[in-house]
Design a protein around this ligand. Structure first.
Ligand code: SF4
Length: 228
C-alpha cells in the first residue's frame, strides 16, 4: 500500500505539474500523460534507494530515466556516466547534447521521446556493466518499457543492444538488422559517445536514424519526409 509520505509527494507533484499546465508551459502533458507520468514517478520513488547490486553504494545519484511518458520512441543507453551520476538525469553532458542533435536531424525532439539506460547507477570509471548488475537492474527498465509502451526502441551502443536483445554479436553486426522486444520494434545504432570519439560513426548513425524515422512515419501513417 502507498505510504502517506509517497502519496503526499505525488499529490504535490500533481499540483505542481497542473500549475505548469495551467500556465501553458507543458502542453505535452495531457491529463492522460500526466497520470502515466505520476505512475512512473511512484515507481521511481519506490526503487530510487535500491541497493540490489554493489553500484548502489558508489553512485552519487540514481538515474531513473526521463522524457515523455507516452513516448512512441524510447532510447536506451548503457549506464550513467559522470555527468549523469552528478545530475541524476540520463544523457546530459557532451554525449547528451549530441544525442539532441541526432534526434533533431531526423525531426524528433527530446521532449517527445523517453530516455533510459540499462543500469540506473554509474559503474566506477565508466567500466562495462557486469552481467550480475544488469540481471539485478534490468527488471526496472523492463517495467518502464511495459508502462510507457513505446512503438520503437532504439538501443544506443553495443552494451544496450547486447543486454536488451540477449545477443553476443558486435555492434556492426547488430545494427544490420531490426529486432522485436516483446511487441516493440528495436533498432540498434552507435552510442553518441562513440561519435565523439570517432567521426567515422557519424554517417552510419545518420543512416540508422533515417531508417528508424521512416519506420516511425510509416506505422503512424505520416507523410514522407526529406532529410538533410
Ligand atoms: S544499478 Fe540498478 S540494481 Fe544496482 S543498485 Fe543501482 S538501481 Fe539497484
Amino acid at each position: 500500500m502507498e505510504s502517506p509520505q509517497t502519496s503526499g509527494t505525488i499529490n504535490l507533484r500533481r499540483l505542481y505539474i497542473k500549475q505548469l499546465l495551467d500556465a501553458g508551459e507543458k502542453e505535452i502533458y495531457s491529463e492522460e500523460t500526466l497520470d502515466l507520468f505520476l505512475t512512473l514517478e511512484q515507481f521511481r520513488e519506490k526503487i530510487e534507494n535500491c541497493q540490489q547490486c554493489p553500484l548502489g553504494k558508489v553512485r552519487t545519484k540514481f538515474v531513473f530515466g526521463c522524457g515523455n511518458p507516452h513516448a512512441k520512441l524510447m532510447l536506451i543507453g548503457e549506464a550513467p556516466g559522470r555527468d549523469e551520476d552528478l545530475q541524476g538525469i540520463p544523457f546530459v553532458g557532451r554525449a547528451g547534447h549530441l544525442l539532441d542533435k541526432i534526434l533533431k536531424s531526423v525531426n524528433f525532439t527530446r521532449e517527445e521521446v523517453y530516455i533510459a539506460n540499462i543500469l540506473k547507477c554509474r559503474p566506477p570509471e565508466n567500466r562495462d556493466p557486469e552481467p550480475e548488475e544488469v540481471q539485478q537492474c534490468f527488471p526496472y527498465l523492463s517495467k518502464q518499457i511495459e508502462m510507457i509502451k513505446p512503438q520503437i526502441i532504439c538501443c544506443l551502443g553495443r552494451i544496450a543492444a547486447q543486454f536488451l536483445l540477449g545477443a553476443k554479436s558486435t555492434l556492426g553486426r547488430l545494427r544490420e538488422n531490426d529486432y522485436q522486444y516483446d511487441d516493440v520494434r528495436v533498432f540498434v545504432t552507435y552510442h553518441p559517445a562513440a561519435l565523439l570519439r570517432s567521426e567515422q560513426y557519424k554517417r552510419p548513425t545518420w543512416e540508422d536514424m533515417k531508417r528508424l524515422r521512416r519506420y516511425y512515419l510509416k506505422i503512424n501513417n505520416l507523410p514522407e519526409e526529406k532529410f538533410g
